[in-house]
Design a protein around this ligand. Structure first.
Ligand SMILES: [Zn+2]
Length: 170
């Protein structure tokens, strides 16, 4: 099995995305995995979900991924912008990262799990990322979790059921 195939499987890539090449540099202490898609691939509009859209152009993106043993691992790709009749030109969503993030979903998940037990500054040092980027990631996760919650059934009579503090501390 070639290294490209191993990383393709390990990353769980689905068509049209594939590993174009991998470059491992012990001197630079990093693994770079370049992702690409075959010419003529079609994409989904991130706004309306319209499918079958060709790449209008591409934007270079880089994401920090989970370490490869003791080496930093980075993914990069030319991410297509689709041209949708309804929504115009939009950067398509990639399956390994949320829009606008410089981390892969797996890297964010690791960071979030460590953030439960470590102060942000310590966590930032451990994973080699600026603490301001960790804070942005945490704020995003907390905001997303809050947006998913509904407090419609909460009343003063059933606070215990929802484990919400009734003390006037907030
Ligand atoms: Zn659209």
């Amino acid at each position: 099995m070639r290294d490209r195939d191993i990383f393709q499987m390990a990353l769980g890539l689905t068509p049209p995305w594939e590993v174009e090449f991998c470059e491992f540099s012990p001197e630079k202490k990093r693994l770079d995995i370049r992702l690409s898609f075959p010419r003529g691939s079609v994409f989904v509009c991130p706004e309306c979900g319209g499918s079958g859209l060709k790449a209008h152009d591409t934007v270079d993106k880089v994401w920090r991924h989970l370490n490869f043993f003791q080496y930093e691992a980075w993914l990069s790709a030319k991410v297509p912008r689709s041209k949708c009749d309804q929504c115009g030109v939009r950067l398509v969503s990639v399956p390994w990262a949320r829009p606008g993030s410089g981390f892969t979903l797996l890297f964010e998940a690791l960071g979030m799990s460590m953030a439960g037990t470590l102060p942000v500054k310590t966590l930032a040092g451990r994973i080699g990322v600026q603490d301001t980027r960790i804070w942005r990631m945490l704020h995003h996760s907390v905001d997303a979790a809050r947006a998913r919650q509904s407090h419609a059934e909460v009343s003063s009579g059933n606070l215990e059921k929802f484990k919400i503090c009734a003390h006037p501390c907030r």
